[in-house]
Design a protein around this ligand. Sequence first.
Ligand SMILES: Cc1cc2nc3c(=O)[nH]c(=O)nc-3n(C[C@H](O)[C@H](O)[C@H](O)COP(=O)(O)O)c2cc1C
Length: 273
Amino acid sequence: MTDATAIFHDLMGAHRSIRRYKSDPLDPALIDAVLVQALHGSSSSGNLNTATVIKTMDAERRRSLWALHARQDMILQAPCVLTFCADTHRTRTWLAQRGARLGFGDLKSFLMAAFDAVILAQTAALAFESRGLGICYMGTTLFSMERIAEFLDLPDHCVPVTSLVVGWPAEAPSQRDRLPGALWIHDERYRHPTPEHIDAHYAGRDRRGWERYRNADPSLIEQMREAGITSLAQYYTSPLKYDPDLFARFSREIHAAIEARGFGVPPAPTQTD
Ligand SMILES: Cc1cc2nc3c(=O)[nH]c(=O)nc-3n(C[C@H](O)[C@H](O)[C@H](O)COP(=O)(O)O)c2cc1C
């Protein structure tokens, strides 16, 4: 093993999402330095760097974000929330200023910029973890996409796609399991999962996940009982976790936000075009 391989191995083994933080301050200059380093370590479509990161460190503004992120308390504890945005506004401004044809105002460009932003977020996450900092992604960014965009004064062609809470860990959770490679790494063609594959690979997960959720929050046991939930799978698509009806509503809102900010699907050209 080379030194780099050993360091990477240790870093992967050390990853945990951190949900409790110390109130110790975090130097904004350190965050900037890590982000700049992370961008260098991230691939980027056309090297256009169509990501923007907004740091929120002010306590009052973090409280506002907390409300927009389904009141996840780690936002109040950790000194910094980073919002990663898919941003072609800057690129379009550059194009216009150079007299070039304007582009990057469509769904394809949104996805391109969103990938840039998420790739950058994950590289930054690893870089923060390498310095002993804790991170947790905020999936709630997508739930409040338009309201977060307004709160951060984002221009057109710029939408938040994910966020990271960053701070000094006040907990040391054990590492979470993952699905085994045999289930999701395929050779040459897709291998459809059989009922036996599902049973073999999900059985341990069903058991561990069920125990973990119920132990984490005693009130959840009662809520699950009232809702008639008897398995981890049922829990996941119940109103207590990823409710499909709520997801449908969020999907409509995300679609509207992306379109309103200029990332819609242009009409197909007509024959006279
Ligand atoms: C895109 C994304 C969004 C997430 N959103 C949240 C969130 O809103 N709240 C939370 O507590 N954890 C969130 N997580 C963390 C996952 O729950 C966590 O990564 C997963 O349970 C595996 O645990 P680990 O990161 O400790 O290995 C998110 C993770 C990802 C990748």
